[in-house]
Design a protein around this ligand. Sequence first.
Ligand code: NAI
Ligand code: OAA
Length: 311
Amino acid sequence: MKVTIVGAGNVGATCADVISYRGIASEVVLLDIKEGFAEGKALDIMQCATNTGFNTKVSGVTNDYSKTANSDVVVITSGIPRKPGMTREELIGINAGIVKSVAESVLQHSPHAIIVVVSNPMDTMTYLALKATGLPKNRIIGMGGALDSSRFRTYLSMALDKPANDIAAMVIGGHGDTTMIPLTRLASYNGIPVSQFLSQEALDKVAANTMVGGATLTGLLGTSAWYAPGASVAFLVDSILNDQKKMIACSVMVEGEYGQNDICIGVPCIIGKNGVEEIVEIELNESEKGLFAKSADAVRNMNDALKSILA
Ligand SMILES: NC(=O)C1=CN([C@@H]2O[C@H](COP(=O)(O)OP(=O)(O)OC[C@H]3O[C@@H](n4cnc5c(N)ncnc54)[C@H](O)[C@@H]3O)[C@@H](O)[C@H]2O)C=CC1
Ligand SMILES: O=C([O-])CC(=O)C(=O)O
């Protein structure tokens, strides 16, 4: 199975590293516009093989899409990350042009690929990739919910002082500082609602920390995060390539689900070899429904900024 990752920067290279290390794909191609950069990252990752024991073939290319031919999955991480104090939405001006041209180029060589969009603002970039390529909606998946949910589980594990892997929890809605919806009511520790162990005040703090999870790391690092984002993309790619049918919150085109239409937004999805195989409609309470409608409005408003680029 072949995976191409466009953008060999922090997130792209980390994703290639995790995919190789975990043997998720037999071949990974990294592509970047910076001369020699993807080649260097690929060579560095390949030189881990004998010490960590993987067999994935990793190569890097400078803007040569012919080397990406017949990829099963293409991950788009190309574009600029935010700096401290910025929102993800402020990246739209530069990243929209990059994501559109990259999506069109990858499809020319991998007409059957499933495309995973990572570049921010991710929900808007996913919508753009879908509209620009005209691909069926099951083949364009925005990665955000996998990361936001892993941050939610991490903050819950810190509050509970219990292992994150014993905690089940999900974040839906937009992948933005104010649009994310951590589903605190449904979070559980080994099947027991977390509300049995944590006060409402503690749960509210966990939810607030989750929503600004990316901004907190950007403030600490000077650029946005990459270890958890790269691992989250690899987790999603694993479910596609190995047909795991995991339920993962992903940004996908909704057609009536959760009362919304014509936007890409984070909803629980079954992810397998066909990409998005099902959107799972969970029963939200009135307050969660209100938050989802508000989040959808914000995501829809951002899509308006694409009008000129899609015209
Ligand atoms: N959806 C999510 O959950 C997350 C999204 N992100 C987003 O992912 C993107 C990448 O972040 P980083 O890897 O940290 O940035 P980075 O700056 O380390 O890497 C981006 C790479 O894209 C390359 N690039 C730019 N234009 C290109 C083009 N036309 N073709 C091929 N390569 C091109 C650059 O040369 C650079 O190497 C950002 O937009 C960031 O906001 C980051 C983390 C999580
Ligand atoms: O915060 C950012 O800009 C990058 C991102 O989407 C994340 O780490 O969640």
